[in-house]
Design a protein around this ligand. Structure first.
Ligand SMILES: Cc1cc2nc3c(=O)[nH]c(=O)nc-3n(C[C@H](O)[C@H](O)[C@H](O)COP(=O)(O)OP(=O)(O)OC[C@H]3O[C@@H](n4cnc5c(N)ncnc54)[C@H](O)[C@@H]3O)c2cc1C
Length: 415
């Protein structure tokens, strides 16, 4: 089959690779000039399948509301807020009870754990090096937040995931660079989690896909998709392109193409912020990736740089990084590893990712024939990219998928 993949972020590139591996003729269409220029560019670098969890969690609506009123809140409201955001938030709130949380977390974990296995296989097979480091510490500042981590610990125990719940003292022994004066109630250590450089991985996957025959066309904006005798017809700038099937791997900007297909799914774009600073003191570095659970900000090492990322902003897309977000990122970096880098010389970036109320992406066939989705990965798109790409490629090839696709497809919104 000839398959067009729209979007050359990490998700599109992985999808193209697995489609070509399954024997399809694949063309990737990307409006930018290189792979991984949007969300995949400033990705925090966490590959932590066991920490992947929906934002729709018990207690979250109340705690998000109270956090929004505080300085350094991990969530921001876009200046371009409109009624679609309220609609989405109502759907999100319905997913926050324990029963929905457990279902959604299992779905996300199923996909992310599969993705992790595939990445390990790719890494070993092709000897990939994308500046990967092992270990994640999720740190909790207050006793109350540490108590709330019980739900996550129960999930990890039930799923048989390697983890340790550490006291403040044990955490500081494991991560000696942590600043002694920053309040710490406890931490969850996930030794098998990893972090690395997402755009570097995407560039490596592009090369592997090209070796399998995938063609990349850059500077092509796909404006609409319609069904045709053959399969699908894409309107690309002022030309038309036909293929047997198409995959939308269009990240945050999927709305226009979904509307051209008259597909209605509850998506919202969330913008995240990132600061990148060169390491100046290798003795004061984090040994593990760190996630500050109070601020929902991560600190990861990418080669000789540190990336500090988080600060979700819901609402319409907005290109300028928010000062409040930048201040919080810098505060978290100084709070935990003050001497590791000169954060005043950091560069700032922000990028958007598409999220569904339940936090689970939309993969595979939808109710428009020959159109396949690979969208809605939220803040865990790199962690899920390989698994999502393989699952979508298998469903296009009409092969049995390696994992159960139940709950991961658009079927959950049918009717
Ligand atoms: C600051 C930040 C930190 C993050 N941290 C993590 C993390 O630690 N771990 C993790 O797993 N995930 C993380 N994420 C999420 C992850 O980066 C995204 O989920 C992932 O990059 C999504 O990949 P994608 O390929 O779907 O989207 P993108 O990388 O945005 O790619 C979509 C591509 O589609 C192209 N496109 C869109 N519409 C069209 C069109 N009509 N025609 C042609 N091309 C089009 C765009 O130009 C773009 O290149 C983070 C995201 C951000 C922003």
């Amino acid at each position: 089959m000839q398959v067009a993949v729209i979007g050359a972020g990490v998700v599109g590139v992985c999808t193209a690779y697995f489609l070509a591996e399954a024997g399809h003729e694949v063309v990737v269409m990307e409006r930018r000039n290189h792979v991984a220029e949007e969300a995949s560019f400033g990705d925090a670098g966490l590959l932590a399948c066991d920490a992947v969890a929906p934002l729709a969690a018990p207690g979250m609506p109340a705690s998000a509301l109270s956090l929004l009123r505080k300085a350094n809140s991990p969530f921001l409201i876009s200046h371009k807020w409109d009624t679609s955001v309220w609609r989405w938030l109502r759907q999100w709130a319905r997913e926050t009870d324990l029963a929905h949380y457990q279902i959604n977390r299992e779905r996300m974990h199923r996909l992310a754990a599969y993705s992790h296995q595939l990445m390990l296989q790719l890494r070993e097979h092709y000897q990939l090096d994308y500046e990967q480091n092992a270990g994640l510490l999720q740190v909790f500042r207050s006793e109350q937040e540490w108590q709330q981590a019980r739900i996550a610990i129960d999930f990890l125990q039930a799923a048989g995931v390697a983890h340790s719940a550490l006291s403040a003292e044990q955490t500081r022994a494991l991560e000696p660079g942590l600043h002694a004066h920053t309040p710490l109630a406890g931490a969850l250590h996930l030794p098998d989690a990893e972090s690395g450089n997402c755009p570097l991985f995407a560039r490596q996957m592009r090369q592997l896909a090209q070796k399998l025959g995938v063609e990349f066309h850059f500077g092509c904006n796909v404006r609409s998709i319609r069904q045709s005798h053959r399969g699908v017809m894409l309107e690309v700038d002022s030309a038309h392109y036909s293929a047997d099937a198409v995959v939308l791997a269009t990240g945050a900007d999927s709305g226009t193409l979904l509307r051209s297909l008259k597909l209605s799914v509850p998506i919202i774009s969330a913008r995240y912020h990132a600061a990148t600073a060169t390491i100046r003191n290798f003795d004061a570095l984090p040994l593990n990736a760190l996630m500050d659970e109070h601020h929902k900000v991560s600190i990861t090492r990418l080669g000789n740089r540190l990336r500090v990322a988080g600060m979700a902003e819901l609402g319409k897309r907005n290109d300028k990084a928010r000062d409040t977000a930048i201040n919080t990122l810098l505060k978290v970096a100084y709070d935990w590893f003050p001497d590791a880098s000169n954060y005043n010389a950091a560069t700032f970036w922000s990028g958007s990712s598409l999220t569904l109320p339940d936090g689970v992406p939309l993969l595979g066939a939808c109710n428009v024939r020959n159109v396949f989705l690979n969208i809605g990965h939220g803040s865990a798109g790199w962690t899920m990219a390989a698994g999502a790409g393989k699952l979508v490629a298998d469903s296009i090839s009409q092969r049995a998928t390696d994992i159960d696709a139940d709950g991961l497809t658009a079927l959950r919104y049918a009717g």
